[in-house]
Design a protein around this ligand. Structure first.
Ligand code: UMP
Length: 506
Protein backbone atom coordinates (compact mmCIF):
# COMPACT_ATOMS: atom_id res chain seq x y z
CA UNK A 1 0.00 0.00 0.00
CA UNK A 2 1.38 3.49 -0.77
CA UNK A 3 1.17 6.35 1.67
CA UNK A 4 -1.00 8.47 -0.58
CA UNK A 5 -3.58 5.65 -0.74
CA UNK A 6 -3.79 5.52 3.05
CA UNK A 7 -4.68 8.86 4.55
CA UNK A 8 -4.87 9.63 8.24
CA UNK A 9 -6.54 12.41 10.17
CA UNK A 10 -4.76 13.87 13.20
CA UNK A 11 -7.07 15.00 16.01
CA UNK A 12 -5.56 17.41 18.55
CA UNK A 13 -7.29 17.90 21.88
CA UNK A 14 -4.70 20.42 23.01
CA UNK A 15 -3.42 23.46 21.09
CA UNK A 16 -5.43 22.47 17.98
CA UNK A 17 -4.94 25.84 16.27
CA UNK A 18 -1.17 25.86 16.72
CA UNK A 19 -0.55 22.88 14.44
CA UNK A 20 -0.14 22.32 10.72
CA UNK A 21 -2.08 19.22 9.70
CA UNK A 22 -1.22 16.64 7.06
CA UNK A 23 -2.40 13.09 6.40
CA UNK A 24 0.75 11.08 7.03
CA UNK A 25 2.13 9.14 10.01
CA UNK A 26 5.06 11.33 11.09
CA UNK A 27 4.82 14.04 13.70
CA UNK A 28 7.40 16.76 13.28
CA UNK A 29 8.34 18.67 16.43
CA UNK A 30 10.18 21.80 15.32
CA UNK A 31 11.17 23.14 18.75
CA UNK A 32 11.89 26.88 18.38
CA UNK A 33 12.27 26.74 14.60
CA UNK A 34 9.26 28.33 12.90
CA UNK A 35 7.10 25.38 11.80
CA UNK A 36 6.19 26.80 8.39
CA UNK A 37 9.87 26.78 7.34
CA UNK A 38 9.80 22.98 7.59
CA UNK A 39 6.34 22.61 6.10
CA UNK A 40 7.26 24.33 2.85
CA UNK A 41 9.66 21.48 1.96
CA UNK A 42 7.05 18.76 2.44
CA UNK A 43 3.80 17.39 1.04
CA UNK A 44 0.84 17.03 3.44
CA UNK A 45 0.72 13.27 2.91
CA UNK A 46 4.27 13.04 4.25
CA UNK A 47 3.44 14.24 7.76
CA UNK A 48 0.67 13.87 10.35
CA UNK A 49 1.20 17.20 12.04
CA UNK A 50 3.90 19.85 12.44
CA UNK A 51 4.12 21.81 15.67
CA UNK A 52 6.55 23.70 17.89
CA UNK A 53 7.68 22.71 21.37
CA UNK A 54 9.07 25.53 23.47
CA UNK A 55 9.15 24.28 27.03
CA UNK A 56 9.59 20.87 28.64
CA UNK A 57 7.49 21.79 31.67
CA UNK A 58 4.66 23.38 29.68
CA UNK A 59 4.51 21.74 26.26
CA UNK A 60 5.61 18.14 26.68
CA UNK A 61 2.58 16.91 28.62
CA UNK A 62 0.12 18.22 26.00
CA UNK A 63 2.18 16.87 23.10
CA UNK A 64 2.29 13.38 24.67
CA UNK A 65 -1.47 13.50 25.36
CA UNK A 66 -2.11 14.42 21.71
CA UNK A 67 0.16 11.58 20.55
CA UNK A 68 -1.77 9.07 22.69
CA UNK A 69 -4.97 10.16 20.96
CA UNK A 70 -3.42 9.51 17.54
CA UNK A 71 -1.99 6.01 17.47
CA UNK A 72 -1.64 6.18 13.69
CA UNK A 73 1.45 8.31 14.37
CA UNK A 74 4.38 5.88 14.05
CA UNK A 75 7.28 8.27 13.52
CA UNK A 76 8.55 11.32 15.29
CA UNK A 77 11.11 13.75 13.90
CA UNK A 78 12.47 16.15 16.50
CA UNK A 79 14.18 19.23 15.12
CA UNK A 80 16.61 20.34 17.81
CA UNK A 81 18.50 22.99 15.89
CA UNK A 82 18.74 26.41 17.49
CA UNK A 83 20.37 28.17 20.44
CA UNK A 84 16.90 28.65 21.91
CA UNK A 85 16.29 24.88 21.79
CA UNK A 86 19.54 24.31 23.66
CA UNK A 87 18.52 26.89 26.27
CA UNK A 88 14.99 25.56 26.75
CA UNK A 89 15.82 21.84 26.63
CA UNK A 90 12.31 20.90 25.46
CA UNK A 91 13.40 18.79 22.47
CA UNK A 92 16.18 17.18 24.51
CA UNK A 93 13.65 16.27 27.20
CA UNK A 94 11.26 14.79 24.62
CA UNK A 95 14.13 12.72 23.21
CA UNK A 96 14.94 11.59 26.76
CA UNK A 97 11.34 10.48 27.24
CA UNK A 98 11.79 8.08 24.31
CA UNK A 99 15.43 7.19 25.13
CA UNK A 100 15.29 6.84 28.92
CA UNK A 101 11.62 6.71 29.93
CA UNK A 102 10.01 8.20 33.01
CA UNK A 103 9.43 7.54 36.69
CA UNK A 104 7.02 8.56 39.41
CA UNK A 105 7.99 11.84 41.06
CA UNK A 106 6.83 15.34 41.88
CA UNK A 107 6.63 18.49 39.77
CA UNK A 108 8.14 21.88 40.71
CA UNK A 109 4.88 22.63 42.49
CA UNK A 110 4.94 19.41 44.49
CA UNK A 111 2.23 17.67 42.44
CA UNK A 112 2.56 13.92 41.86
CA UNK A 113 3.38 13.24 38.21
CA UNK A 114 5.52 11.22 35.81
CA UNK A 115 8.96 12.79 35.55
CA UNK A 116 10.99 12.24 32.39
CA UNK A 117 14.42 10.71 33.11
CA UNK A 118 16.30 13.71 31.82
CA UNK A 119 18.57 16.49 33.01
CA UNK A 120 15.72 18.87 32.04
CA UNK A 121 12.50 18.96 34.10
CA UNK A 122 9.70 17.47 32.03
CA UNK A 123 6.42 16.27 33.51
CA UNK A 124 3.46 14.21 32.38
CA UNK A 125 0.23 14.23 34.40
CA UNK A 126 -0.17 11.27 36.74
CA UNK A 127 -3.67 10.70 35.28
CA UNK A 128 -2.01 9.45 32.08
CA UNK A 129 -1.73 5.66 32.27
CA UNK A 130 1.89 4.42 32.60
CA UNK A 131 1.29 1.39 30.37
CA UNK A 132 -0.06 3.67 27.64
CA UNK A 133 3.10 5.77 27.94
CA UNK A 134 5.33 2.69 27.67
CA UNK A 135 3.37 1.52 24.62
CA UNK A 136 3.81 4.91 23.02
CA UNK A 137 7.57 4.81 23.64
CA UNK A 138 7.86 1.37 22.10
CA UNK A 139 5.57 1.99 19.14
CA UNK A 140 6.84 5.29 17.78
CA UNK A 141 10.17 5.44 16.00
CA UNK A 142 11.96 8.72 16.66
CA UNK A 143 14.85 10.58 15.14
CA UNK A 144 16.62 13.80 16.12
CA UNK A 145 17.44 16.31 13.39
CA UNK A 146 20.02 19.07 13.79
CA UNK A 147 18.97 21.07 10.71
CA UNK A 148 15.88 21.71 8.63
CA UNK A 149 17.40 19.71 5.75
CA UNK A 150 18.04 16.73 8.00
CA UNK A 151 14.47 16.86 9.37
CA UNK A 152 13.00 17.04 5.86
CA UNK A 153 15.10 14.10 4.70
CA UNK A 154 14.03 11.96 7.71
CA UNK A 155 10.36 12.73 7.13
CA UNK A 156 10.64 11.85 3.45
CA UNK A 157 12.41 8.59 4.20
CA UNK A 158 9.71 7.59 6.70
CA UNK A 159 7.05 8.43 4.13
CA UNK A 160 8.74 6.07 1.68
CA UNK A 161 8.21 3.14 4.03
CA UNK A 162 4.50 2.85 3.28
CA UNK A 163 1.52 2.95 5.60
CA UNK A 164 1.53 1.16 8.94
CA UNK A 165 -1.35 0.04 11.12
CA UNK A 166 -2.04 2.23 14.19
CA UNK A 167 -0.21 0.88 17.24
CA UNK A 168 -3.38 0.83 19.40
CA UNK A 169 -6.69 2.59 20.03
CA UNK A 170 -6.93 6.35 20.64
CA UNK A 171 -6.52 7.15 24.33
CA UNK A 172 -7.70 10.17 26.29
CA UNK A 173 -7.08 10.94 29.98
CA UNK A 174 -8.60 13.50 32.38
CA UNK A 175 -6.93 16.89 32.66
CA UNK A 176 -7.40 18.74 35.95
CA UNK A 177 -7.32 22.53 35.75
CA UNK A 178 -6.31 25.05 38.40
CA UNK A 179 -9.06 27.41 39.55
CA UNK A 180 -8.10 30.91 40.61
CA UNK A 181 -10.04 33.50 42.57
CA UNK A 182 -9.63 36.97 41.10
CA UNK A 183 -9.99 40.16 43.10
CA UNK A 184 -11.29 43.38 41.57
CA UNK A 185 -8.74 46.02 40.63
CA UNK A 186 -7.63 48.68 38.15
CA UNK A 187 -7.99 47.68 34.50
CA UNK A 188 -5.43 49.94 32.81
CA UNK A 189 -2.11 51.22 34.16
CA UNK A 190 -0.28 49.55 37.06
CA UNK A 191 2.94 50.27 38.91
CA UNK A 192 5.24 47.81 40.67
CA UNK A 193 8.58 48.67 42.23
CA UNK A 194 11.29 46.47 43.70
CA UNK A 195 14.99 46.59 44.49
CA UNK A 196 15.99 43.54 42.47
CA UNK A 197 14.57 41.82 39.41
CA UNK A 198 13.75 38.80 41.60
CA UNK A 199 11.80 40.88 44.13
CA UNK A 200 10.00 42.84 41.42
CA UNK A 201 9.10 39.61 39.61
CA UNK A 202 7.41 38.10 42.67
CA UNK A 203 5.38 41.31 43.13
CA UNK A 204 4.40 41.30 39.45
CA UNK A 205 3.31 37.66 39.58
CA UNK A 206 1.29 38.39 42.70
CA UNK A 207 -0.45 41.42 41.18
CA UNK A 208 -1.36 39.66 37.94
CA UNK A 209 -2.56 36.50 39.70
CA UNK A 210 -4.69 38.41 42.18
CA UNK A 211 -6.23 41.09 39.96
CA UNK A 212 -5.48 40.19 36.32
CA UNK A 213 -8.41 39.54 34.03
CA UNK A 214 -8.85 36.00 32.72
CA UNK A 215 -9.00 36.16 28.93
CA UNK A 216 -8.50 33.78 25.99
CA UNK A 217 -5.04 33.89 24.40
CA UNK A 218 -4.31 33.59 20.70
CA UNK A 219 -2.84 30.12 21.44
CA UNK A 220 -5.70 27.82 22.48
CA UNK A 221 -5.64 28.64 26.15
CA UNK A 222 -6.25 31.37 28.68
CA UNK A 223 -4.12 33.88 30.45
CA UNK A 224 -4.51 36.38 33.26
CA UNK A 225 -3.68 39.82 32.02
CA UNK A 226 -3.05 43.37 33.19
CA UNK A 227 -2.84 46.10 30.62
CA UNK A 228 0.07 48.56 30.83
CA UNK A 229 2.10 47.34 33.76
CA UNK A 230 5.14 49.43 34.61
CA UNK A 231 7.81 47.62 36.61
CA UNK A 232 10.62 49.66 38.18
CA UNK A 233 13.75 47.87 39.34
CA UNK A 234 15.73 50.31 41.43
CA UNK A 235 18.98 48.55 42.33
CA UNK A 236 19.67 45.26 40.60
CA UNK A 237 23.38 44.59 41.34
CA UNK A 238 25.82 44.62 38.42
CA UNK A 239 26.56 40.89 38.75
CA UNK A 240 22.82 40.12 38.96
CA UNK A 241 21.00 38.75 41.97
CA UNK A 242 19.87 35.14 41.87
CA UNK A 243 18.07 34.10 45.05
CA UNK A 244 19.04 30.94 46.91
CA UNK A 245 17.41 28.61 46.30
CA UNK A 246 16.90 30.07 42.87
CA UNK A 247 13.14 30.40 42.33
CA UNK A 248 13.49 32.38 39.09
CA UNK A 249 12.68 30.61 35.80
CA UNK A 250 16.27 31.24 34.58
CA UNK A 251 19.79 30.68 35.91
CA UNK A 252 23.19 32.25 35.26
CA UNK A 253 24.16 30.00 32.37
CA UNK A 254 20.90 30.76 30.55
CA UNK A 255 21.45 34.46 31.16
CA UNK A 256 24.89 34.41 29.58
CA UNK A 257 23.45 33.10 26.30
CA UNK A 258 20.48 35.41 26.50
CA UNK A 259 22.49 38.62 27.04
CA UNK A 260 24.29 38.02 23.78
CA UNK A 261 20.91 37.77 22.01
CA UNK A 262 20.22 41.35 23.10
CA UNK A 263 23.66 42.91 22.81
CA UNK A 264 25.16 41.23 19.77
CA UNK A 265 24.29 41.17 16.13
CA UNK A 266 23.47 37.76 14.67
CA UNK A 267 23.21 36.50 11.10
CA UNK A 268 19.74 35.65 9.86
CA UNK A 269 19.05 31.89 10.16
CA UNK A 270 16.25 30.12 8.30
CA UNK A 271 13.44 29.32 10.73
CA UNK A 272 14.66 31.70 13.47
CA UNK A 273 12.31 34.70 13.71
CA UNK A 274 14.64 37.44 14.85
CA UNK A 275 16.91 38.31 17.71
CA UNK A 276 16.76 41.60 19.54
CA UNK A 277 20.50 42.04 18.91
CA UNK A 278 19.88 41.81 15.19
CA UNK A 279 17.11 44.40 15.31
CA UNK A 280 19.27 46.75 17.37
CA UNK A 281 22.59 46.29 15.60
CA UNK A 282 21.88 45.78 11.91
CA UNK A 283 18.28 45.18 10.81
CA UNK A 284 17.61 48.81 9.99
CA UNK A 285 21.03 49.31 8.40
CA UNK A 286 22.55 50.99 11.45
CA UNK A 287 23.83 50.11 14.89
CA UNK A 288 21.21 51.70 17.15
CA UNK A 289 23.07 50.86 20.39
CA UNK A 290 26.19 52.67 19.19
CA UNK A 291 24.09 55.59 17.92
CA UNK A 292 22.54 55.96 21.38
CA UNK A 293 25.96 56.00 23.03
CA UNK A 294 27.22 58.60 20.54
CA UNK A 295 24.12 60.73 21.02
CA UNK A 296 24.47 60.81 24.80
CA UNK A 297 28.21 61.47 24.68
CA UNK A 298 27.40 64.52 22.57
CA UNK A 299 24.33 65.63 24.46
CA UNK A 300 23.99 64.08 27.90
CA UNK A 301 20.65 65.84 28.54
CA UNK A 302 18.99 64.50 25.41
CA UNK A 303 15.49 63.06 25.65
CA UNK A 304 15.78 61.75 22.09
CA UNK A 305 17.78 58.62 22.80
CA UNK A 306 15.50 55.98 21.35
CA UNK A 307 15.97 52.51 19.88
CA UNK A 308 13.19 51.05 17.81
CA UNK A 309 12.61 47.37 17.12
CA UNK A 310 9.29 47.41 15.31
CA UNK A 311 9.69 47.20 11.56
CA UNK A 312 6.71 49.04 10.13
CA UNK A 313 7.27 47.50 6.70
CA UNK A 314 7.41 43.87 7.77
CA UNK A 315 6.03 43.30 11.24
CA UNK A 316 2.40 42.89 10.30
CA UNK A 317 3.43 39.26 9.64
CA UNK A 318 3.56 36.11 11.71
CA UNK A 319 5.90 36.84 14.59
CA UNK A 320 6.66 40.46 15.29
CA UNK A 321 9.03 41.25 18.19
CA UNK A 322 7.57 41.66 21.66
CA UNK A 323 10.11 44.30 22.66
CA UNK A 324 9.41 47.37 20.58
CA UNK A 325 10.93 50.49 22.02
CA UNK A 326 13.86 51.39 24.27
CA UNK A 327 14.52 54.82 25.70
CA UNK A 328 17.64 55.83 27.62
CA UNK A 329 17.86 58.91 29.80
CA UNK A 330 20.48 60.51 32.05
CA UNK A 331 19.31 62.52 35.06
CA UNK A 332 21.36 63.44 38.12
CA UNK A 333 24.31 61.43 36.73
CA UNK A 334 22.14 58.32 36.67
CA UNK A 335 21.45 56.42 33.47
CA UNK A 336 18.00 54.84 33.37
CA UNK A 337 16.57 52.61 30.66
CA UNK A 338 12.89 52.20 29.84
CA UNK A 339 11.75 49.36 27.59
CA UNK A 340 8.27 48.88 26.15
CA UNK A 341 6.90 45.43 25.28
CA UNK A 342 3.66 45.13 23.33
CA UNK A 343 3.22 41.67 24.86
CA UNK A 344 5.09 40.11 27.76
CA UNK A 345 4.93 36.66 29.31
CA UNK A 346 5.57 37.81 32.88
CA UNK A 347 6.03 34.38 34.40
CA UNK A 348 8.35 32.71 31.89
CA UNK A 349 10.02 35.53 29.95
CA UNK A 350 10.09 38.75 31.98
CA UNK A 351 13.09 37.89 34.20
CA UNK A 352 15.25 37.08 31.18
CA UNK A 353 13.97 40.17 29.36
CA UNK A 354 14.72 42.38 32.37
CA UNK A 355 18.20 40.96 32.97
CA UNK A 356 19.05 41.24 29.28
CA UNK A 357 17.95 44.87 29.27
CA UNK A 358 19.90 45.54 32.44
CA UNK A 359 23.00 44.20 30.65
CA UNK A 360 22.26 46.58 27.77
CA UNK A 361 21.86 49.46 30.24
CA UNK A 362 25.25 48.64 31.83
CA UNK A 363 26.89 48.35 28.42
CA UNK A 364 25.66 51.80 27.39
CA UNK A 365 26.68 53.33 30.73
CA UNK A 366 30.19 51.78 30.54
CA UNK A 367 30.76 52.94 26.97
CA UNK A 368 29.70 56.50 27.80
CA UNK A 369 31.90 56.56 30.89
CA UNK A 370 34.85 55.37 28.83
CA UNK A 371 34.52 57.78 25.99
CA UNK A 372 33.56 60.97 27.78
CA UNK A 373 34.22 62.87 30.95
CA UNK A 374 31.31 61.32 32.77
CA UNK A 375 31.01 59.06 35.76
CA UNK A 376 27.46 57.86 35.33
CA UNK A 377 25.82 55.56 37.85
CA UNK A 378 23.20 52.99 36.97
CA UNK A 379 19.71 54.33 37.43
CA UNK A 380 16.55 52.24 37.49
CA UNK A 381 15.49 49.77 34.85
CA UNK A 382 11.88 50.33 33.85
CA UNK A 383 9.81 47.94 31.77
CA UNK A 384 6.39 48.82 30.42
CA UNK A 385 4.50 45.67 29.51
CA UNK A 386 1.38 46.50 27.57
CA UNK A 387 -0.20 43.06 27.71
CA UNK A 388 1.36 41.73 30.93
CA UNK A 389 0.17 38.15 31.19
CA UNK A 390 0.60 34.75 32.81
CA UNK A 391 -0.46 31.72 30.73
CA UNK A 392 -2.83 29.25 32.38
CA UNK A 393 -0.28 26.44 32.18
CA UNK A 394 1.92 28.46 34.56
CA UNK A 395 -0.81 29.19 37.14
CA UNK A 396 0.21 26.37 39.41
CA UNK A 397 3.86 27.44 39.45
CA UNK A 398 2.85 31.08 39.86
CA UNK A 399 0.68 30.24 42.89
CA UNK A 400 3.59 28.39 44.43
CA UNK A 401 5.96 31.33 43.95
CA UNK A 402 3.40 33.68 45.53
CA UNK A 403 2.71 31.39 48.49
CA UNK A 404 6.38 30.78 49.25
CA UNK A 405 8.03 34.12 48.53
CA UNK A 406 5.48 36.95 48.53
CA UNK A 407 5.00 37.00 52.34
CA UNK A 408 8.80 37.18 52.81
CA UNK A 409 9.05 40.09 50.39
CA UNK A 410 6.24 41.94 52.19
CA UNK A 411 8.12 41.52 55.48
CA UNK A 412 11.28 43.03 54.00
CA UNK A 413 9.58 46.16 52.77
CA UNK A 414 10.74 49.47 54.22
CA UNK A 415 8.32 52.21 55.07
CA UNK A 416 9.89 55.17 53.35
CA UNK A 417 7.22 56.68 51.14
CA UNK A 418 8.46 58.91 48.28
CA UNK A 419 5.35 61.02 48.93
CA UNK A 420 6.91 62.09 52.23
CA UNK A 421 6.01 61.71 55.89
CA UNK A 422 3.61 63.36 58.37
CA UNK A 423 3.84 64.50 61.98
CA UNK A 424 0.65 64.66 63.99
CA UNK A 425 0.03 66.54 67.23
CA UNK A 426 -3.01 67.69 69.19
CA UNK A 427 -2.57 71.31 70.29
CA UNK A 428 -4.77 74.33 71.00
CA UNK A 429 -7.86 72.09 70.68
CA UNK A 430 -6.99 71.08 67.15
CA UNK A 431 -5.30 68.25 65.29
CA UNK A 432 -2.25 69.67 63.51
CA UNK A 433 -0.53 67.70 60.73
CA UNK A 434 2.69 68.69 59.00
CA UNK A 435 3.70 67.14 55.70
CA UNK A 436 7.47 66.79 55.15
CA UNK A 437 9.77 65.77 52.29
CA UNK A 438 11.29 62.27 52.55
CA UNK A 439 14.98 63.27 52.63
CA UNK A 440 15.60 66.52 54.47
CA UNK A 441 12.28 66.65 56.31
CA UNK A 442 11.44 70.09 54.98
CA UNK A 443 7.85 71.05 55.79
CA UNK A 444 5.81 71.42 52.60
CA UNK A 445 2.27 71.60 53.90
CA UNK A 446 0.26 71.97 57.11
CA UNK A 447 -3.30 70.87 57.90
CA UNK A 448 -5.35 71.58 61.01
CA UNK A 449 -8.90 70.93 62.18
CA UNK A 450 -11.03 68.96 64.60
CA UNK A 451 -12.12 66.17 62.29
CA UNK A 452 -9.86 63.25 61.28
CA UNK A 453 -12.08 62.59 58.28
CA UNK A 454 -11.72 66.17 57.02
CA UNK A 455 -7.91 66.14 57.32
CA UNK A 456 -7.69 62.73 55.63
CA UNK A 457 -9.77 64.04 52.74
CA UNK A 458 -7.39 67.01 52.27
CA UNK A 459 -4.31 64.77 52.42
CA UNK A 460 -5.81 62.25 49.97
CA UNK A 461 -6.56 65.05 47.51
CA UNK A 462 -3.06 66.56 47.80
CA UNK A 463 -1.11 63.27 47.79
CA UNK A 464 -2.77 60.80 45.40
CA UNK A 465 0.41 58.69 45.17
CA UNK A 466 0.53 57.97 48.91
CA UNK A 467 1.41 54.34 49.57
CA UNK A 468 -1.49 52.17 50.66
CA UNK A 469 -0.06 51.14 54.01
CA UNK A 470 1.01 54.70 54.74
CA UNK A 471 -2.52 55.94 54.06
CA UNK A 472 -3.96 53.25 56.34
CA UNK A 473 -1.49 54.27 59.05
CA UNK A 474 -2.55 57.92 58.75
CA UNK A 475 -6.19 56.89 59.05
CA UNK A 476 -5.45 55.07 62.30
CA UNK A 477 -3.34 57.84 63.80
CA UNK A 478 -5.74 60.65 62.92
CA UNK A 479 -8.68 58.74 64.36
CA UNK A 480 -6.72 58.34 67.62
CA UNK A 481 -5.94 62.05 67.60
CA UNK A 482 -9.64 62.88 67.15
CA UNK A 483 -10.57 60.58 70.02
CA UNK A 484 -8.07 62.36 72.31
CA UNK A 485 -9.39 65.74 71.21
CA UNK A 486 -13.03 64.80 71.90
CA UNK A 487 -12.17 63.31 75.32
CA UNK A 488 -11.73 66.89 76.62
CA UNK A 489 -8.44 66.19 78.27
CA UNK A 490 -9.00 62.66 79.55
CA UNK A 491 -6.86 61.03 76.82
CA UNK A 492 -3.46 62.17 75.58
CA UNK A 493 -2.39 61.67 71.98
CA UNK A 494 1.23 60.98 71.07
CA UNK A 495 2.05 59.81 67.53
CA UNK A 496 2.86 56.11 67.22
CA UNK A 497 1.95 55.44 70.87
CA UNK A 498 -1.22 54.00 72.43
CA UNK A 499 -3.57 56.68 73.80
CA UNK A 500 -2.76 57.50 77.43
CA UNK A 501 -5.11 58.44 80.24
CA UNK A 502 -4.41 61.86 81.73
CA UNK A 503 -3.36 61.35 85.34
CA UNK A 504 -3.37 64.23 87.90
CA UNK A 505 -0.94 63.99 90.76
CA UNK A 506 -2.18 65.48 94.04
O1 UMP B 1 11.10 38.65 24.55
C1 UMP B 1 9.98 38.13 24.59
C2 UMP B 1 9.45 37.41 23.51
C3 UMP B 1 8.20 36.86 23.63
N1 UMP B 1 7.48 37.02 24.78
C4 UMP B 1 6.13 36.43 24.91
C5 UMP B 1 4.98 37.39 24.94
C6 UMP B 1 3.84 36.54 24.41
O2 UMP B 1 3.37 35.71 25.45
C7 UMP B 1 4.52 35.67 23.37
C8 UMP B 1 4.49 36.24 21.98
O3 UMP B 1 3.21 36.11 21.45
P1 UMP B 1 2.58 37.12 20.36
O4 UMP B 1 2.16 38.36 21.11
O5 UMP B 1 3.66 37.40 19.35
O6 UMP B 1 1.42 36.35 19.81
O7 UMP B 1 5.88 35.56 23.81
C9 UMP B 1 8.00 37.74 25.84
O8 UMP B 1 7.37 37.90 26.89
N2 UMP B 1 9.23 38.29 25.71
Amino acid sequence: MTVSAFQFKYKALYKPNQLIYGQGQTVIVTGWTVKSTVQKHLLPEEYAVIGQLYSPTRGLNLLIRNLLLNPHVRYLVILNATKEDKNAGACECLLDFFRNGFEKGVSDTGRQCWVVKSSYSGYIDIEVDAIALQNLRQSVEYREAKSIAEAVSSVKSYAQQGAMEPWGSPLEFDLSGVESAILPGERYGHRIEGKTIAETWVKIIHLIKTTGTLRPTAYDGQWQELIDLMAIVTSEPENFYFPEPNYLPIDRSFLQEYVSQILDDAPQHEGVKYTYGQRLRSHFGRDQIQLCIDKLVKDINSARVVMSLWDVGNDANDSPPCLNHIWVRVVDSELSLTATFRSNDMFSAWCANAMGLRALQMHIRDKINKSAAYNLKLGPLVTVSQSAHIYDDCFENAEKVIKTYYPKICQQRDYSDPSGSFTIVVQNEEIVVEHMTPGSGEVVNCYSGKSAKQILTWIAADCPALQVEHAMYLGRELQKAELALSSTGELIYEQDRPLKKFVTIN
